[in-house]
Write a protein that binds this ligand. Structure first.
Ligand SMILES: O=C(O)CCC(=O)C(=O)O
Length: 293
């Protein structure tokens, strides 16, 4: 569906001007959308899983551990697919799915979730390098987006998501180095050409959501504080967008319809896209890829 076709459907949560702004700039910040009770509940569930991680010494299917992780200080970089837990899955099916329908059209498929943290680390930066999401999971069309929910107040010093406005209408980048190794971020020579002065930071109080288009160039700066900045990301695609790769096949809720109905026709965008490595047996994490020299 084109933006005009999507905008012709009545909005569920967002205002018409928020929807138009998303299509023009490729991102949106909606402050304080999620109510306090829901955030308190998600935060309590998150704390209980962080506690469980104390017993681990290496990453597993759920926890991506930072090098400094230990029993006394559980430093988890990411919960890899939190939607396997009922509370997170219910959240992924709630208001953030309605927001996605406002921007993808009435028929929406869940793609994946992750809960990213930023702990102060000595061994490596906790920045996330510039990248686009579509080269991780290319689809037949670009009605692909990710909704981030801040579980704590997130200030500029905490390393909020940053987006280059309008980049969703620009080119797609290969996220490989010059030797053909997957890095999950733009090549230094491509990143050097980005106009970083135009980057927009999206800080917000707990319960705020960020939305970025699957083609939008985004990342985040290192954090400078003790706030581990839990950011719960749920990614959705329009039901008529079909994956070119089977990277999500091992995920429990991958390609479940969360709004509307399945598509009987695929929609194809003529703009080509790069293809990621074969992750059909599972994907590790963006941190793993980006931290390799
Ligand atoms: O956690 C962040 O700051 C950004 C994460 C991100 O862009 C991703 O996981 O794809």
């Amino acid at each position: 569906m084109t933006p005009d076709e999507i905008l012709a459907y009545p909005a569920r949560v967002l205002s018409q001007s928020q929807r138009e702004s998303y299509f023009e700039h490729g991102y949106l910040l909606v402050e304080g959308l999620i109510d306090e009770n829901t955030i308190d509940h998600l935060q309590a569930v998150t704390d209980s899983y962080l506690n469980q991680s104390r017993l681990l010494s290496e990453s597993d299917a759920f926890f991506d551990l930072a090098p400094e992780h230990c029993n006394a200080r559980p430093m988890v970089r990411r919960f890899k697919a939190p939607d396997v837990v009922d509370e997170y899955w219910q959240f992924a099916n709630g208001v953030v799915a309605d927001v996605s329908a406002d921007l993808l059209g009435p028929n929406v498929t869940f793609h994946h979730s992750k809960l990213n943290f930023k702990w102060p680390m000595k061994s490596q930066s906790n920045a996330v390098g510039w990248h686009q999401d579509v080269p991780f999971y290319p689809h037949t069309n670009y009605n692909v987006l990710a909704v981030g929910t801040y579980l704590t107040d997130t200030l500029e010093k905490d390393g909020p998501i940053q987006v280059i406005p309008g980049s969703h209408e620009d080119k797609l980048y290969e996220l490989y180095d010059d030797s053909g190794n997957w890095t999950g971020k733009l090549k230094p020579k491509d990143a050097a050409l980005l106009d970083e002065n135009r980057a927009v930071s999206l800080p917000g109080p707990r319960g705020s959501i960020t939305i970025h288009h699957g083609r939008a160039v985004h990342g985040s700066q290192p954090s400078h504080g003790e706030n581990p900045r839990p950011l719960l990301i749920n990614a959705y695609v329009s039901a008529d967008a079909f994956p070119y790769t089977d990277g999500g096949a091992t995920l429990k809720n991958y390609r479940k319809i969360v709004r509307g109905k399945p598509a009987s026709w695929a929609h194809h965008d003529p703009r080509p896209c790069p293809i990621p490595p074969d992750w059909s047996r599972g994907y590790t994490s963006i941190y793993e890829a980006q931290s390799k020299k």
